[in-house]
Design a protein around this ligand. Sequence first.
Ligand code: KMH
Ligand code: ZN
Length: 277
Amino acid sequence: MDQVVITCAVDGPIAVPSDNPNLPYTPEQFAEQAKAVYAEGASVIHIHSRGADGLPTSDYGRTKEILDAVHESCPILTQLSTGGFFPYEERARLVELKPRMASLNLCTMTFGKFEFRNPPLEVRKVAARMMELGVKGELEIYDTGHLEFALRLLKEGLLVEPLQFSVVLGVDGGAAATPENLITLVKRMPPNAIWQMIGIGRANLPLTTIALAMGGNARTGLEDTLQYTKGVPADNPMLIRRLVGVAKAIGRTPATVEQTEQMLQLPKVNQAVAAAV
Ligand code: KMH
Ligand code: ZN
């Protein structure tokens, strides 16, 4: 597949502005960085909402402000995170803002020094609600069991094919960031699944490079790596520029927004599917 969907994960649930001055947290900064990474070839922006204090927030109104600012800035597709370490119902409510996509984390796990709660019944409810709203789920899998649970939800009619997977490797508490783990997970996916690589920290560049060579999609951004190279603070446009450079070097072209909508078979805006439950 020549085209490749490039996603920029601009901020994440953990780093704060003092970790890296390029981390966005105001609606204006999110809009400005959306425009900049879109110009570099990203067709999807993955957003964790942030308060005026720069810290992650699950505040509905603030998240709406950020999404509105990004939607007004450029045609990039918004993928809102329902991740993070807030009470689950606060995270789940964010899908009511109807971004084009939202992350759906499948299993509770240790996430570094945090407990990342994803209770199975709650995950099922959010999956069903996302179907009703026409919000495509970005299935974040950190280990083999997460993938198996996603396949179970598909069987229960709570997910719509093609499944859109993010293989996240290198989280303390998830599978290690090795090519073998990537290949094991990709081989277990349904043949029509669409997947992207998310490598944490130092693994980001090598594993996204391998993923590109495998025909997968790829993500980078300050959520995944705060450094460009050792000791050099990154910014989102430079990370996207480098990833696009790798893609082009092996003959792949960043997908446009329209191509991305096709490839991910995103529901048309406001095209909802009746949930199975
Ligand atoms: N930093 C990601 C690997 C989500 O966005 O839903 C974990 C995460 C999940 O933030
Ligand atoms: Zn995230």
